[in-house]
Design a protein. Sequence first.
Length: 595
Amino acid sequence: MSENETVTGRVTRISGPIVYAEGLGACGLYDVVDVGEAALIGEIIRLKDGVATIQVYEDDTGMRVGEKAVCHRRPLSVRLGPGLVGTIYDGIQRPLKSLFSSSGAFLEPGKRSEPLDAARKWRLEPAEALRSGAAIAPGAVLGYVRETESVNHAISVPPTVRGRSLAWAAAAGEYTIDEPIARTELGEEIFLAHHWPVRRPRPFARKLTVSEPLITGQRVIDVFFPLSKGGTAAIPGGFGTGKTMTQHAVAKWCDADLIVYIGCGERGNEMTDVLSEFPELIDPRTGRSLMERTILIANTSNMPVAAREVSLYSGITLAEYYRDMGMDVAIMADSTSRWAEALRELSGRMEEMPAEEGFPAYLPTRLAEFYERAGRVVPLSGGEGSISVIGAVSPPGGDFSEPVTQHTKRFIRCFWALDRELANARHYPAIGWIESYSEYAEEVRAWWDRLDPRWSSVRAQALELLKREQRLQQIVRLIGPDVLPDTERIILVVAEMVKNGFLQQSAFDEVDMFSVPAKQVVILKIMMDFYRRSLAIIRNGAPLAKISALSCREEIVRIKTTFANEDAAGISGVEARMNQELDELERLYRKVETV
Ligand SMILES: Nc1ncnc2c1ncn2[C@@H]1O[C@H](COP(=O)(O)OP(=O)(O)O)[C@@H](O)[C@H]1O
Ligand SMILES: [Mg+2]
């Protein structure tokens, strides 16, 4: 099948973004079609009785029945190569920045634009395999291109190449993405860039189990509900509970090598925030612009719904490409509910039988197709790479029993449930500790044990304490705090410290926006020591008021904002003062007992 072989049909019916055409019976499902005189980009999503159903990725207002539809007999693909990083794309990989000037924030329908800069020359550092006669296989690394200061881009043999040796190889030098750098014995040319169909997962050698956490610098995540590199997480939450803020915090601070951020169908101004804010952010590890390790995909609610539907697959294909270079990639989608709504709208236009709440019956299959592309793998080139997926879900009315949240739960292993009450109380991040969970805690435990073996014990103690606090709060609400003995009221006191001094973490606080793993564990360890020792002292007869009056209590709660990540000595100072104050009380009450 040649790439230039086209088939021309005619538009027979138009229903918004769904267009029907005849004469395309010889084409394949998911083939790309130029629809109408304006040649809008579309994709065949159903073929039945000689009629092709085409989903159109651009605004087709004004299109008429009878216009032509030209099928290219190749699937919708993205172009993969140097120049992706730092770029802002729409759902079908048209760069937004280069078109901003000519047509504002929106793209002119039918306007084509190369996803990668074809004029730019890249300096190729050849690898061992880039020489004529060399044996090759898909994934073999032929050389490197310095894409940005943070990203060393490996150029490999594309998975579709069938040749097994190089008949010709280019020398070190500068090349554009359209200049061949090698040719196989079968005559196939290899370039710095290649196409890949977005709906087809890229191949890898084998899947690995996950073992390392994706460190986000957010304590409630890293300690309580950890995500692993190669794991999947969902952030469900009603409007304004902090989905976008949480995803931004993770995108900014997590220790992935590359970020793919998909802004999906949210209000236009929210996306504008991302577009203006991200380029100004500094990567804390490299000291350089975060855009040097970020690719943005923007679909606002006023862009065509079909482009929103495909943006998830475009994004994850870009993520797989960098995973295949041995990188740890994190991909965020905000929000998958807007994506599911696009699916629902398209399904409705096609007059399909709706399932729950109007969503098509294949909603769970499509969600799975997205989340299942996460994972830690051995790429074809060897080594190791991973994709971690974090999807925001915006259930209407914040009701988690709706279909998108429920189906998403089947495919993710980490659930960061945003709690309306916490958000109202301005407890941020509003990740509820009762409803949230992570199934990765056991898998990442060995990693934490090497860093600080107290991670798993203080984690378990704190989660248990918060569970007990929740039960006690129910009693307090019914009959007031006075009925509780001091041995239980201390739980309320310490739980408050954990909430204020550990779980709450302002994204706007210069010191606290990012907490290193060591600091996270030590804060919680101090709080758990405070609890254990206070309880013993109360059991020796000290009234709770004596504990509450200790000045170290406030100091502990303020560690997070007072001491910078590197300031271990400052934190030890607080711990020493705490132990001193508790020693004193302990002596006092031991004495009373013995007299
Ligand atoms: N970690 C945080 N630190 C400080 N403020 C936060 C945090 N998370 C959320 N907020 C506050 O909540 C508001 C709404 O958050 P946002 O992420 O836009 O909600 P959503 O995307 O769920 O609608 C933010 O504008 C901010 O004021
Ligand atoms: Mg949001």
